[in-house]
Design a protein around this ligand. Structure first.
Ligand code: GLA
Length: 382
């Protein structure tokens, strides 16, 4: 597959007959640790990856946004800016429509535009293809209308599009790392204040991603259930969010809380502590400590939060074993499928890759897709 820039530019020329005015990009992400903590006002440690969504954009004069999705059979969507924006039948189009709607609702004046969209973030894999689409589309809409929207503002708009228009009650992590990622760094994000602390990834450390081949679908369903359970647990403890609980308070106040809600809360409280500890470990290049925390995180997602699936548990074990304690692996993203991320010394990458090839097959019986990613910068104009 040719790269997304080439495909977006070519589709723009094919459908609109001229060169696009500009190309905008926004990356996918891999979360190193801190899962389902963002909507509990907690901590996350993601980095933007070198897989991205590209939007080629140019002016139009028909009062509408018209877009071609290269990755969905060059499917076309068009909607008027002067009428209420409703939902499209095609799922991809609702991310674009959602962005246009929340931006207009926020008072950002938009103008007619033509777009062609292409990406190479694997879909439904826990690497945030949707946030990269929202953010790239948001910047395309803003830039063509000569509007300046800052990174935290754009991330909040994109989260609102996903919450209110697409229907997934996600937190802010994916959208914020897509706007604010830094090359060569992970970001420790405090999801209450949105403070981002860059943590440098040492040159001799690799971030390896393996796709289990199990695809997830987030909107509605299990993800939103987990969020409701966390909010109910916070109410039980009388705190604004689970971020406000220590492990000690969690234990002391558990009387009257059912076992499932208690375990959901325990995942979040312990995951927050692990995430802050992991940022320190990464900063001091302590792969042994980082690996230990990642393995604990996976166990907590499996046993307490119950968002892993057997194939993912198996893949995480296969990737952790060859590291012999020097680094580790865990599921990344919302759960129920998708990818496993490993952090390892560069020298150990071949052993992990070989272990996956030897011991893992997707549910279709195929070898897993594996790649080493480069921590990349947040969204930009090309
Ligand atoms: C999805 C959501 C994020 C976050 C993760 C789990 O990626 O979009 O907001 O909750 O799941 O950590």
């Amino acid at each position: 597959m040719t790269n997304p820039q080439t495909r977006a530019r070519a589709a723009y020329q094919k459908y609109f007959g001229i060169e696009p005015a500009m190309l905008l990009r926004a990356p996918g992400r891999v979360n190193l640790i801190g899962e389902h903590t963002d909507y509990n006002d907690g901590f996350v440690l993601p980095c933007a990856i070198d897989r991205e969504t590209i939007v080629a954009v140019g002016p139009a004069s028909n009062g509408a946004i018209t877009a071609i999705a290269c990755d969905f059979g060059e499917h076309r969507d068009s909607f008027s800016l002067s009428e209420p924006i409703g939902h499209a039948a095609a799922e991809w189009a609702n991310y674009l429509r959602g962005m246009a709607k929340v931006m207009l609702d926020d008072g950002i004046p938009l103008v007619s535009a033509h777009m062609a969209i292409a990406g190479d973030v694997p879909l439904g894999s826990g690497l945030s293809s949707s946030a990269s689409l929202e953010v790239a589309a948001g910047y395309a809409l803003a830039r063509i209308a000569r509007q300046i929207v800052g990174p935290a503002h754009m991330a909040k708009l994109a989260q609102r599009a996903e919450n209110d228009f697409v229907g997934c009650a996600c937190g802010i992590m994916d959208q914020l790392i897509a706007t604010s990622g830094q090359a060569g760094h992970a970001l420790l994000i405090d999801c209450r204040t949105l403070d981002c602390t860059p943590v440098s990834i040492p040159n001799d450390v690799s971030i390896l991603i393996a796709h289990s081949g199990v695809r997830h679908a987030h909107a509605g369903g299990e993800y939103n259930d987990r969020r409701r359970q966390c909010e109910a647990a916070a109410r039980h403890y009388g705190v604004a969010a689970l971020r406000d609980l220590t492990v000690q308070q969690l234990e002391l106040g558990k009387a009257g809380l059912d076992d499932v809600s208690y375990r959901r809360a325990r995942h979040v409280v312990t995951e927050n502590a692990r995430t802050e500890a992991a940022a320190s470990a990464l900063k001091s290049a302590d792969l042994a400590r980082l690996g230990e925390l990642m393995v604990q995180s996976h166990a907590s997602m499996r046993d307490d939060f119950e968002i892993t699936v057997p194939a993912i548990d198996h893949l995480a074990e296969i990737m952790t074993a060859p590291l012999a304690g020097d680094g580790g692996a865990r599921m990344t993203g919302g759960g129920f499928g998708g990818c496993v991320v490993a952090v390892a010394a560069n020298a150990n990458v071949p052993a992990v890759v070989n272990a996956i090839a030897d011991h893992y097959r997707t549910p279709e019986g195929l070898p897993a897709d594996v790649f080493v990613c480069r921590a990349s910068a947040g969204a930009s104009k090309i």
